[in-house]
Design a protein around this ligand. Sequence first.
Ligand SMILES: CC(C)(COP(=O)(O)OP(=O)(O)OC[C@H]1O[C@@H](n2cnc3c(N)ncnc32)[C@H](O)[C@@H]1OP(=O)(O)O)[C@@H](O)C(=O)NCCC(=O)NCCS
Length: 153
Amino acid sequence: MSTNDELKHFNFDQLSPEQINKAREIERICFDDPWSESLWQHYLPQTFALFASDQLLAYAQCSIVLNEAELLRIAVDPSHRRKGIGKQVMMALLNLLKDQGTERLMLEVRASNKAAIALYATSGLSLEGRRKGYYETEQAGQREDALLMGVNL
Ligand SMILES: CC(C)(COP(=O)(O)OP(=O)(O)OC[C@H]1O[C@@H](n2cnc3c(N)ncnc32)[C@H](O)[C@@H]1OP(=O)(O)O)[C@@H](O)C(=O)NCCC(=O)NCCS
């Protein structure tokens, strides 16, 4: 199936308990600090995934409080990157949040995460601030800034 065909047949939905392990396989590849089982369970109602022909290609996790949402994590299976899937997830997520009455989406991102920053910018989020030295890095004693990005829905 070509990339375009794949994207036409994508399905974006809340993650079910049976699908957690599939999403956690992607998480393990993408993040050095995978969430605990209890954190996955806690955020399950606010975890969404993108499927193509029943294959889980990407997921996004939010914290939604009253009329504001924070994007906690988004990840695309590394073998399916740069095909527009991250953008599909962002657009589907923004539509879903808007339909639910959420008024704002915001997030923090490592200043070095150029792929994510570019994805958020192309999805309509703007740079709203910076937290100096917010994140630890792999180098002992070195810290990294967080960029704050957001969009009004
Ligand atoms: C960030 C991430 C979700 C992007 O997913 P993706 O499916 O590859 O993104 P898309 O193909 O939809 O790209 C959309 C746009 O984002 C930008 N972008 C994506 N990856 C990029 C990269 N590696 N370098 C520069 N820009 C990039 C581009 O503007 C791109 O549009 P283009 O391909 O037309 O130029 C993916 O790289 C990922 O899972 N990273 C690891 C997890 C992570 O860091 N998540 C964010 C913090 S929680």
